[in-house]
Design a binder for this molecule. Structure first.
Ligand code: 5RP
Length: 235
């Protein structure tokens, strides 16, 4: 195997999810490096004629660009009455299929799209599996810019340590596709009650959405390397 193992796992799991898409489907298109492979393979299946009559609902600017690059026709939530499936990545997955998302700052649109799909398929490499949420990844919270300071204070009062996410190759903070900012929150011993925390955080004035996805994932596909060979299993 010449490519790096994480890339191979992401490719394989992305392909496995794309293989589950049926002709005639409306598909939520997630964000991130793993979902990018799913979008690529859906496009390749369309180009080969293996798949027909697909419409995609993108969860971000990135997903929109990739879908156009791979020839996937797009639609919006205004034009459809259901979505058959959504495919998206995650930053952490716990044994109950609860998730942290938002590594790409797209979790608000992702939560809207992913939670509306009949089936939400998560695609991850095995490094994303955790026993407890919040232990390997900070929790992203999207905040309306004028509320950043009071929101960070409110998060501190809840026991979190918030950091404003800064841009890479861009001076200043990361600005989301919705024009907001992202605060990444560390909880010292992880997140004890994720379902409750999801609601408490979203109740702080100025918070648009946080990256806890509770009872949203239906299927979790995990890419792994076993005896040097790539494999995909369902959780
Ligand atoms: C973007 C996300 C991504 O799905 C998540 O960060 C996983 O990304 P990757 O597949 O690149 O590891 O939630 O907001």
């Amino acid at each position: 195997m010449s490519a790096d193992p994480v890339t191979v796992m992401k490719q394989q799991v992305g392909k496995a999810a794309a293989d589950r898409v049926k002709s005639g489907s409306i598909v939520g298109l997630g964000t991130g490096s793993t979902t990018a492979y799913a979008i690529q393979y859906i496009g390749e299946r369309l180009a080969s004629g293996d798949l027909t009559d697909i419409k995609g609902v993108p969860t971000s600017f990135q997903a929109t660009v990739l879908a156009k690059e791979y020839g996937i026709p797009l639609t919006t939530l205004d034009e459809i009455d259901h979505m058959d499936v959504a495919i998206d990545g995650a930053d952490e997955v716990d044994p109950d299929k609860q998730l942290i998302k938002g590594g790409g700052a797209a979790h608000t649109r992702e939560k809207i799209v992913d939670s509306l799909a009949d089936e939400f398929i998560i695609v991850v490499d095995s490094s994303k599996l955790v026993d407890k949420l919040g232990t390997t990844f900070l929790l992203p919270v999207e905040v309306i810019p004028m509320a950043v300071t009071p929101v960070m204070r409110a998060i501190e009062a809840l026991g979190g340590q918030p950091t404003l996410r800064m841009g890479v190759k861009k001076a200043g903070p990361v600005v989301t596709d919705e024009g907001n900012l992202v605060v990444d929150v560390k909880f010292e011993s992880g997140i004890d009650q994720p379902a409750e925390l999801e609601k408490v955080l979203n109740n702080i004035p100025g918070v648009l959405e946080n990256g806890l996805f509770i009872n949203v994932a239906d299927t979790v596909l995990i890419g792994e390397i076993i005896d040097g060979q790539p494999a995909v299993r369902e959780m």
